[in-house]
Design a protein around this ligand. Structure first.
Ligand SMILES: [Zn+2]
Length: 97
């Protein structure tokens, strides 16, 4: 117990397996439901075998939920004015003749 199941290539079934590191890389897309169905199934199968990744997923989910509740970041006014000025020079509102 405790060790995630190893894939040694001799497995006969066609179930895709993901390693913990791959799961970490896929977790955002998993939460967004953006994974291809085969990968999604592999992630779910991995979670069924791997408690640390279940915990990691719970942490990421909690963090994402906490971030979603924060107000959108606002820029300090001088910085915003600078950016707006720069943007106005790069993209003149009326490029007429
Ligand atoms: Zn894992």
């Amino acid at each position: 117990m405790g060790e995630p199941r190893r894939v040694d290539g001799s497995g006969g079934d066609a179930v895709l397996e993901v390693a913990c590191q791959e799961f970490v890389e896929l977790v955002t897309e998993h939460l967004e439901g953006a994974l291809p169905p085969a990968v999604e199934r592999a992630v779910v199968a991995h979670l069924a075998l791997c408690d640390p990744c279940v915990e990691y997923l719970a942490q990421v989910r909690a963090t994402t939920a906490a971030l979603a509740q924060l107000p959108p970041p606002t820029l300090p006014e001088p910085v915003r004015d600078q950016l707006l000025g720069l943007f106005g020079r790069l993209h003149p509102p009326s490029p007429g003749p």
